[in-house]
Design a binder for this molecule. Structure first.
Ligand code: CP
Ligand code: NVA
Length: 290
């Protein structure tokens, strides 16, 4: 899929699996900038038409069940993309639809972001297996979970550092370790961010307050205060280490401006790669995997 993403970056209109145009449903139960524009642009570039549904605009959820929605959409749409809260909703959609379903962020996972991050790291560092990446901050959020699974799948050494109270879910750690055992990667958890970052090829963070957690902001800022990515923390990584952040970023909290706006940061390539990686994902689901 990453090879396909690289090809689509070089030749943006070389695959047209949605030619027709066929339509794709893109639901948002939470706000978005990158996901919204990258899916809209990507679906158009693959020859299709994006039907974007903002929070509260469809019957889905309040007035109509997920399973009925899935059955109706399967008759009209070629693809369903959904950003939502509870991950179980996506599983219900997938179980009841006959077209591919893409998780564009749930409370538990953000896999599309992982594809873009892997594409970005590969562009900067070459082959992924054997590289070490450290994610610092809210290890219990959707990004923490997805880094464990996605980077272990890529054969990387994924280290996650967060406070004891906000470690990844135990079943996800176990799954990631199982995957790593088959790919040559590894999974290591830390509470000390300095130890976690030592010798890393990539240092990554995310917001301390994910969508839906706004009421806990003051408490979270206090809990994660020691996990801010500063120039001092970056200095513990390899001299040529890169910095990633899925964005939106809060420069007063999880990352210092000198880091995110500095020479080691690849966050704009990372944001752009959402477009290419998701086009590859859609092309693969619609055609290349058949
Ligand atoms: N990184 C990411 O998913 O950004 P948006 O919330 O803006 O879509
Ligand atoms: N963890 C963040 C990711 C945003 C793209 C959130 O869920 O809000």
């Amino acid at each position: 899929m990453l090879d396909l993403a690289a090809r689509l970056k070089r030749e943006p209109y070389s695959l047209r699996p949605l030619e027709g145009p066929q339509s794709a449903a893109v639901f948002f139960d939470k706000t978005s900038t990158r996901t919204r524009f990258s899916f809209a642009a990507g679906i158009a570039a693959l020859g299709g038409n994006a039907v974007i549904v903002n929070p509260g605009e469809a019957q889905l959820g309040a007035k109509e069940s997920i399973s009925d929605t899935a059955k109706v959409l399967s008759r009209m749409m070629s693809l369903i993309v959904w950003r939502t809260f509870a991950h179980a909703g996506l599983e219900e959609m997938a179980a009841n639809s006959t077209v591919p379903d893409i998780n564009s962020l749930s409370d538990d996972f953000h896999p599309c972001q992982i594809l873009a991050d892997l594409q970005t790291i590969r562009e900067q560092k070459g082959e992924l297996p054997g590289l070490t990446a450290t994610y610092v901050g809210d290890a219990a959020n959707n990004m923490g979970h997805s880094y464990l699974l996605g980077f272990a799948t890529a054969g990387m050494h994924i280290r996650v550092a967060g406070p004891e109270t906000h470690m990844p879910r135990a079943d996800i750690i176990a799954d990631a370790k199982k995957i790593a055992a088959t790919t040559g990667g590894s999974v290591t958890l830390f509470t000390d961010p300095v130890a976690a970052v030592q010798g890393a090829d990539a240092v990554i963070t995310d917001t301390w307050v994910s969508m839906g957690q706004e009421a806990e902001k003051a408490e979270r800022v206090a809990i994660f205060g020691d996990y801010r990515v500063t120039p001092q923390l970056m200095a513990e990584a390899k001299p040529d280490a890169i910095f990633l952040h899925c964005l939106p970023a809060y420069r007063e909290f999880e990352v210092a401006p000198e880091v995110i706006d500095g020479p080691q940061s690849v966050v704009w390539d990372e944001a752009e790669n959402r477009l290419h990686a998701q086009k590859a994902l859609m092309a693969w689901l619609l055609k290349e995997s058949k």
